[in-house]
Write a protein that binds this ligand. Structure first.
Ligand SMILES: [Zn+2]
Length: 118
């Protein structure tokens, strides 16, 4: 079997603490307990390395991710306010919850306690 070397060394500075979708997928795949054999992680690394080598990787810092999240929250707040949302719902959105399929969930998918939002 021919050795395939995936060398991220030249790109270390570019991908360190990057929060772009490609880097995020590498991190998620690495912690995916169902990824027996590491197929998902390997695919994510191949995709990331391909983008890096093609010069198509777009670095996204934590500050940029946070700014995007704040912007998205401001939009959710404005939409909920315009739709006449209750103060409890507005407070939930302010705390970082988003509505998904009728439930208020936060970034890790945890729902609010029943009665927390009306
Ligand atoms: Zn990245």
């Amino acid at each position: 079997m021919a050795e395939v070397r995936a060398d991220f060394a030249p790109y270390r500075d570019e991908i360190r603490d990057c929060t772009c979708l490609l880097c995020g997928e590498v991190a998620c795949a690495l912690s995916d307990v169902r990824d027996f054999g590491g197929r998902r992680h390997l695919a994510a690394c191949v995709a990331l390395l391909g983008a890096l080598m093609a010069g198509e990787h777009v670095r996204r810092s934590y500050a940029e991710m946070a700014a995007e999240a704040r912007e998205a929250k401001a939009v959710r707040l404005a939409e909920a306010e315009a739709a006449g949302a209750s103060p409890a719902t507005l407070a939930a959105i302010e705390r970082g919850y988003a509505k998904y399929a009728g439930f208020m969930v936060d970034g890790i998918g945890a729902g609010m306690t029943p009665g927390g939002v009306r």
